[in-house]
Design a protein around this ligand. Structure first.
Ligand SMILES: Nc1ncnc2c1ncn2[C@@H]1O[C@H](COP(=O)(O)OP(=O)(O)O)[C@@H](O)[C@H]1O
Ligand SMILES: [Mg+2]
Length: 226
């Protein structure tokens, strides 16, 4: 199997707001392979989240193509695309997006149940992941009963539990204090490196970006390798 996880070719994203045209991304080429970890930096409003959404198949570009494990995102229907995402990708956001009415364990089991694993298998895998992120004694807690750092670690466990080929993280530490941010970041790096998987992190933090194998700056709609 090819080493490439996500590849995009010549993608542009242009939003329309009434009569106003907002060009955000301008003919971007990008690729991430197994074992690579990549930081994307850039000013607020530069289009980092827009790019991540496109790379994750959550939206389609105005122009150009995105390939996830060789499949052109625009060539499959919504259901197939959902399966492709569930199989190969994991998402982490600045705000954890955990479901408030479910425990940490249930939240982490969710992607596995969606992937049609049986309940006991899902429970076992989710418990293992929660252990690895240091939340073993918190598995029955709901998100509201966890600290910010703990919630983010639970969100990372949820993103990683399916062993996705690539994690896409949009300012995952933006909401955390410095030392918690470092812990969370190291955890993501460690867990993806162990599995030889890919990691794309949008961050404003230079010292976090410096830990990655590649850093890009998104500016003027272009992705510039630093
Ligand atoms: N769905 C949308 N419709 C219209 N404009 C959008 C939409 N999504 C993002 N934008 C605009 O695109 C630009 C880039 O946004 P975003 O990708 O969120 O930037 P960043 O994540 O780098 O802060 C902003 O000007 C934003 O207002
Ligand atoms: Mg953003």
């Amino acid at each position: 199997m090819s080493d490439t996880i996500i590849k995009c070719h010549n993608i542009s994203q242009i939003f329309k707001d009434g009569d106003t045209i907002i060009p955000v991304l301008d003919k971007i080429d990008f690729e991430i392979k197994h074992g690579e970890n990549i930081a994307i930096m850039g000013a607020s409003g530069a289009g980092k989240s827009t790019l991540l959404q496109l790379l994750g198949g959550l939206d389609t570009p105005t122009l150009g193509n995105v390939f996830i494990k060789g499949t052109d995102v625009s060539s499959v229907n919504a259901k197939k695309l959902g399966l492709l995402r569930n199989k190969y990708l994991g998402f982490v956001y600045q705000f954890h997006h955990l479901l408030p009415e479910f425990s940490a364990l249930e939240n982490v089991m969710m992607p596995l149940l969606i992937a049609k694993l049986n309940k006991s298998e899902a429970k076992q895998k989710a418990t293992e992941l929660l252990k690895r992120v240091g939340l073993m004694d918190r598995i029955k807690h709901r998100p509201g009963q966890l600290s910010g750092g703990e919630r983010q670690r639970a969100a990372i466990a949820r993103a990683l539990v399916t062993n996705p080929a690539c994690i896409l993280a949009d300012e995952p530490t933006g909401n955390l204090d410095e030392s918690t941010a470092t812990t969370v970041m190291n955890l993501m790096l460690e867990l993806t490196e162990q599995q030889n998987n890919g990691l794309i992190v949008v961050t404003h933090d230079k010292s976090l970006a410096n830990q990655m194998s590649k850093t890009y700056e998104l500016t003027g709609g272009k992705l510039v390798l630093q």
